[in-house]
Each structure stands twice: as structure tokens, then as C-alpha cells.
Design a protein around this ligand. Structure first.
Ligand SMILES: [Mg+2]
Length: 433
């Protein structure tokens, strides 16, 4: 038993390193080996929402599914937690490696069966080749782990090869994370505001509060990358809290000037899974004397995809308290129409990537038109994001889109500039629409 993982019966880390070391010794120019690192997608979610007992059943079922799929040619180990690894010897080229990884991903296309229940899980994989990528077992495992991480970043349920560039990217991420830590403590963060404009009247019907971090901007690091690093490290909680506090304080200051405008704040999946979300949001509104109707929270499709009863409950509670729930970046994930029915979503934001095609891609135009029609038939408002050109706005107006946001009106600007826009009634673009 000392050689096996007690829960799943797969080899344990120590045995795996031993076998892998021996296999590396057998490698030849025409016969390589590949190490695969496998991680269950959103396993923490399963553990948190269904309990560790169920989590353990899932791990057993995953080990079994991996072993059945790979057969005797692969040596499979559980390295710890929800991390598995396997290696295959005698592979000739990258195509064979890719085929093995794809077989594994496909194998998780049908649900796991255990204790009379069916549970869908997906996995992300990374692979490294020996002896090309590294010479020792531990280094190969680490390289495959890095590639797996890259697979997670690119959307999960997928596979990546190790690449030397990953080393420098991993270093960059680590440095961003440590700097971000200091930024949160030293208040290097700032907020910018972008108007959401009613297309038919040109009135500002909402303002989205967006996080800014000067150091990232200076280094050309997109804020979306900063946010994903913050999500992994848990830093998104203090940052999210900072944004919410900042946005509501600003909304409150504007209200005192007679400028009432709903404030939209982005919430990450990590924040939404917090049990304290409802109290935090409604409590903050109270402190700043902002009616809950004055707040919109933007969530992404990934929140709905990883949804649990808890998430649904907390979104419903916010909705019932009067907070508008907005589905952000619509069309980029895999949210189905069913999600629009099951969640109390009031507003749908069409992702800017579809807007690029307006005027030159009939399929993008068809998508935009159908999203608008669909959302309207479900009685939801539609906001188009990333509107940069006049012809896009005209298209959206003709398609019946309610609101638009983007450079055509204004980029995200500091609070004082946003206030100046709010004070022009209507703003200068009003008549031109
Ligand atoms: Mg947003």
C-alpha cells in the first residue's frame, strides 16, 4: 500500500517518480515518453458544494475513468488533491501525444457514475516530452504541470503542450501576483467609469465601474489578466470589495450633486460563491444610502456554468432586494438559453467581439440581431459593449438594441470626467444619434 494512493489505488507520487526515472533511462532518439498532468476542472466547487465525501467518490471515479481510457500502456498516479499524472513510453511524435490527451478529454464527455448518481466533470491536461523538455522526473512533471495550468487559463477542458515560453510566463504571473499584493495594501488601484447610453435618446442610463491599475497599464498587461491572477490567488476578494466600496461611494457622491445614475459593478465567480455576498452588497448599499435599485452587478457566463444552488440562491436574493443582475460578455462562453431562464437576469451585454463583424460579417450581424430578439422576448434589456463606430451604432439602433457602451461615446474615464458627462443633459452626443 505504501506504493499506492490509498483512495484511488493509482500509484502514489513517490512510486510515479521512481517509474518515470527508470523510463527516462530507456528513452531513445526514436522512442520518447510523454508525461501528462491532469487536473479536474472546478474540483474545489464539487468539494465545497457537495462535501468531501462526494469529492472523494469523484476522485475514485476519475481515476477509474482515466485507467479505463488509457489501458495498460500508461502508468497512472494520483499526485495529491485532484491532481493526476500519467506517462506513456514509446511515443514517436507530438501527434501521438495530442491523440492521447484528446482521448482523455473525450472520455469525460459522458458523466461519472457513482452512488447511483451521475456527475459531469471535465479535466484539463498538460504534457511534456522526455527527454526533450526535461531530463529528470520531477522536472518533467513540473513542465507538464505548467502546461496544464496554461490549459486551465485558456478555458479548461483542454490540452496544452509544454513550451519553454511557459517558464517566463509563469515567472511573470508570479511577479504580477506579488506586486498586486502590494498594490491592494498600498492602494495603487483606481477606478474608471464608462457611460452606458440609451441608443434612442443618448441619455446615460448607467455607469460601469472598472478597475484600473497603473502599473499594469504601464507594462501593457491587460486588466483581464490581472483579474484572472487575482482570482487564482484569492486576492480578488479584497480587490472586489475595494471596487464595490469605491463605486458605491462615488455613486453616493454623485447623488448628492443630483446625478442619479445606476452603477454597474463586475463581480467575479469567486465573489459570488461567498456566502456573505448578499450581506456585503446590501450592507454597502445601506452605508452609502444607495437604494439597491441603484446598483447593477455584472456576472459572466462562467459564473452560471459553475453554478450551484448557493450561487442561484444568492443571485435570487440580490435580485429580490432590487439589485439588477447583468449577464456580461454574452456569447463568449457556453451559456445556453436555459441559463437565461433559470437566473434572474435583467440585462444581457453582447460581447464586443461580435460587434467587429458588423458591416462585414453577415453571421456576426445575424448573431447580434438574434441575441437582441431573444433577450427582448425574454423581457431582458440588451447592452452592446465595445461600440466604436457610427455604423455599428446604426446597426444596433435598427436591430432594437437598448443601450450601447464604448469608445464612440467615451472610454472609461476618471470620476471627474464621468461627472462632467453626467452634468451635460443630454450629453453632447445626444442630438447626433
Ligand atoms: Mg462588465
Amino acid at each position: 500500500m505504501a506504493e499506492h494512493d490509498a483512495l484511488t489505488g493509482a500509484w502514489n507520487h513517490t512510486s510515479f517518480v521512481g517509474f518515470l526515472t527508470a523510463a527516462i533511462g530507456r528513452c531513445r532518439a526514436d522512442s520518447k515518453l510523454a508525461v501528462f498532468f491532469v487536473d479536474i476542472d472546478r474540483f474545489k466547487n464539487i468539494n465545497d458544494t457537495m462535501g468531501h465525501m462526494t469529492g472523494d467518490r469523484v476522485l475514485e471515479a476519475v481515476a477509474e475513468r482515466l485507467q479505463d481510457t488509457l489501458g495498460a500502456a500508461a502508468t497512472l498516479a494520483r499526485l495529491g488533491g485532484d491532481e493526476f499524472a500519467f506517462f506513456i513510453e514509446g511515443l514517436q511524435d507530438l501527434a501521438a501525444v495530442r491523440a492521447a490527451a484528446e482521448r482523455v478529454i473525450q472520455a469525460f464527455g459522458s458523466p461519472l457514475d457513482f452512488d447511483g448518481r451521475r456527475q459531469f466533470v471535465s479535466v484539463s491536461l498538460g504534457a511534456a516530452m522526455g527527454p526533450d523538455d526535461a531530463l529528470t522526473a520531477e522536472e518533467l512533471i513540473r513542465a507538464a504541470d505548467m502546461a496544464m495550468y496554461e490549459a486551465k487559463l485558456s478555458g479548461r477542458r483542454t490540452f496544452r503542450f509544454y513550451d519553454h515560453r511557459l517558464e517566463s510566463e509563469a515567472r511573470e504571473r508570479a511577479s504580477i501576483q506579488s506586486e498586486l499584493n502590494c498594490a491592494v495594501e498600498g492602494l495603487e488601484l483606481s477606478a474608471a467609469y464608462q457611460p452606458q447610453v440609451e441608443i434612442t435618446t443618448g441619455k446615460i442610463l448607467g455607469v460601469e465601474c472598472l478597475l484600473r491599475w497603473t502599473r499594469a497599464t504601464e507594462r501593457g498587461i491587460p486588466i483581464s489578466k490581472v483579474i484572472s491572477i487575482a482570482e487564482e490567488s484569492g486576492l480578488i476578494l479584497p480587490i472586489g470589495d475595494w471596487v464595490l466600496e469605491h463605486a458605491l461611494a462615488q455613486a453616493s457622491a454623485w447623488r448628492r450633486e443630483g446625478l442619479e445614475v445606476p452603477m454597474a459593478v463586475n463581480l467575479s465567480a469567486v465573489q459570488i460563491q461567498q456566502e456573505t455576498l448578499y450581506d456585503a452588497v446590501t450592507g454597502r448599499c445601506g452605508e452609502h444610502t444607495i437604494p439597491t435599485e441603484g446598483l447593477k452587478v455584472e456576472i459572466t457566463e462562467s459564473v452560471l456554468l459553475s453554478y450551484t444552488a448557493e450561487v442561484q440562491k444568492s443571485l435570487l436574493a440580490l435580485h429580490e432586494a432590487g439589485v439588477a443582475i447583468v449577464l456580461d460578455d454574452f456569447g463568449t462562453g457556453y451559456a445556453s438559453l436555459a441559463y437565461l431562464r433559470h437566473f434572474p437576469i435583467e440585462e444581457v451585454k453582447i460581447d464586443s467581439s461580435f460587434l467587429h463583424g458588423i458591416g462585414n460579417s453577415t453571421s456576426d450581424e445575424a448573431i447580434v440581431r438574434s441575441v437582441i430578439q431573444l433577450a427582448h422576448s425574454l423581457e431582458k434589456r440588451v447592452v452592446a459593449e465595445g461600440v466604436e463606430h457610427r455604423h455599428q451604432l446604426e446597426f444596433l439602433r435598427d436591430a432594437g438594441c437598448d443601450m450601447a457602451q464604448g469608445y464612440l461615446f467615451s472610454p472609461a474615464v476618471p470620476a471627474a470626467e464621468m461627472q462632467a458627462l453626467l452634468e451635460q443633459r443630454p450629453p453632447e452626443w445626444g442630438a447626433g444619434l
